[in-house]
Ligand binder design. Sequence first.
Ligand SMILES: [Zn+2]
Ligand SMILES: [Zn+2]
Ligand SMILES: [Zn+2]
Length: 302
Amino acid sequence: MPTILTFLGTGTSQGVPIIACQCPVCKSADPRDKRFRSAAFVKHDGCNILIDAGPDFRSQMLAADIRHLDAILLTHNHKDHTGGLDDVRSFNYIDRKAVEIYCEPRVLKSLLNDYSYAFAEHKYPGAPEWHVHTIDERPFRVNSLHGEGELEWVHDIGYFYRQKDGSLKPSDNAILEASHDNPNVIPIRGYHDEMPVLGFRFGNIAYITDFSRLPEEELAKLAGLEHLTLNTVGYHPHHSHFSLDQALELAGRIGAKHTWLTHLSHAFPSHPVFCDQLRERCRAMGIQSEVLPAYDGLEISD
Ligand SMILES: [Zn+2]
Ligand SMILES: [Zn+2]
Ligand SMILES: [Zn+2]
């Protein structure tokens, strides 16, 4: 079965258009210039996987008509990647189960802080239901969990698990360790300024965002790709993101058939102009990979 990735958001932390900005890109009528905060939806190995749940989570789920999630993978703990996690409650209602979240312990630490109410001993009624699986650099497994769970929403009281004897047991937000047996996701270690972050490879598609540095030893994990996604926010060197030329140079070294740019800001021109500019720049730099800007709604397959 092919792996399919849909870009749900391709914008930088403020999205495009930026609130109140009057620049030509923010005022553009081209739908490809309208960018939600960066996120992607991946169909892989029978699973519906979401990468990052930023503040546009709700709009992204509605726009892509996503009706079920098996797993949410978090790249790092910045708000433009985690700010929408409270809205997984809709999937709690529909699937009657907790949403499975995969992240590093440092990201979990900030979830415990930012969403303390979700982990409280006496949980506020209606707080999101999560199972958080901690991951590291080892390949790990996400499973398809389609089917009705056991969670019951009791009006105005909260979520409960129905016991065999018919009684109701309060739910809890479990913290687990991810399984490394028969893995189907390969994490890629990168750095976002000094902050360790993760990219992910599924089949022959790899998704990298919010990197400013990719250690040499990670390159082997990116061999033989059909599609690679890399982040860039502008033309100038940036402390926490690849500049455009850094992303292009890396695209050339990794040599995926196609490289898609994401986490884009309004510093880049309108989509068709940017495409021409990239083709020209790649020709001048002798880059073999076809590098193009991703846009919201774009679907790729390996
Ligand atoms: Zn970001
Ligand atoms: Zn603008
Ligand atoms: Zn970030």
